[in-house]
Design a protein around this ligand. Structure first.
Ligand code: SF4
Length: 289
């Protein structure tokens, strides 16, 4: 369900992008967490459930306890949620060994990617993953490959001399689709044959055009996203491409009234990990300026 909210403060029109907000993978993970929290008042989650500090805090206030990977070795007999990014197989093994109940909220798109990449490895492919080595989704993927793939986030970081003449190219789901295709082109220009498996999530790339249309309509754009959110970085670049008066914030305390000088309309949008309530909060804040 899309929310559409628009208000006028003095002569300032403020509108929330109806297509911004949680993707279905995040909705599913948070719904699962809330079911347990409402019933039991306590739930462990491995890593931040979503790359948004304020939403994490809201859930922590309801009883969610966020664990680091180092901490799970000491957790026994608990309910532990695996977030949408997924995990490597050893995480499941360790949690089960310690008698924990796993609530697996890995996004179906990530699960499919894990399956495809594993099959690719069994087929003997040389696997490249375009993504960030320390991103939890990529850590999970590498776990399914027993560390056999090569991860890179910049073409320039690749050691071309060490690559075979044929590679299979995958991507972290939240990378820029244009950059993925540019990487393929550069590899091919270097004489390497590329079998591209376009595994970019359309919940991110599909938003670009509509978000840009939204940003063009407004004098100023406020984009809300957690600092760690990959799709937040990609989508914010899309805003800036069409509206140089776009500002990225992670919370409403960062809003600066100077941004709204000679401004008649403000658009508020966000990443797939940005809750609607946070965009509504920003709207109220701007209204009150
Ligand atoms: S961005 Fe896509 S892959 Fe990632 S959690 Fe959302 S729906 Fe799933």
């Amino acid at each position: 369900m899309f929310h559409y909210i628009c208000c006028m403060s003095m002569n300032l029109k403020v509108e929330i992008d109806p297509r911004s907000g949680f993707c279905f993978g995040v909705v599913k993970a948070i719904k699962r967490a809330l079911e347990i929290l409402r019933a039991e008042g306590k739930l462990y989650c491995l890593g931040q459930i979503v790359h948004n500090d304020e939403e994490v805090k809201r859930l922590q206030d309801l009883g969610m306890i966020t664990l680091t990977h180092d901490e799970i070795a000491n957790i026994y007999g608990q309910k532990v949620l695996i977030r949408a990014h997924g995990e490597p197989p050893e995480t499941y093994e360790l949690l089960r060994k310690n008698g924990n109940e796993i609530l697996d909220a890995t996004c179906p798109i990530v699960l499919k990617l894990q399956g495809r990449i594993k099959q690719s490895e069994l087929d003997g492919d040389f696997i490249l993953i375009y993504g960030k080595a320390n991103h939890p989704e990529v850590v999970g993927l590498m776990g399914h490959l027993n560390g056999q793939g090569v991860v890179f986030s910049n073409f320039e970081d690749l050691d071309l001399a060490s690559l075979p003449d044929r590679v299979t190219l995958y991507s972290q789901t939240t990378m820029s689709i244009e950059k993925l295709y540019a990487v393929r082109q550069k590899l091919e220009d270097s004489g390497i044959r590329v079998l591209l498996k376009d595994t970019i999530c359309r919940q991110v790339s599909g938003r670009k055009e509509e978000m840009q249309e939204f940003c063009r309509k407004h004098d100023v754009v406020i984009f809300i996203s957690g600092v760690e959110s990959s799709n937040g970085k990609v989508l914010f670049e899309s805003c800036l491409e069409v509206n140089p008066r776009s500002y990225k914030i992670s919370g409403i305390s960062e809003i600066d009234s100077n941004w709204f000088r000679e401004c008649r309309s403000v658009g508020i949008c966000g990443a797939t990990s940005t809750p609607m309530w946070q965009m509504e909060q920003a709207m109220q804040m701007i209204k009150s300026l």
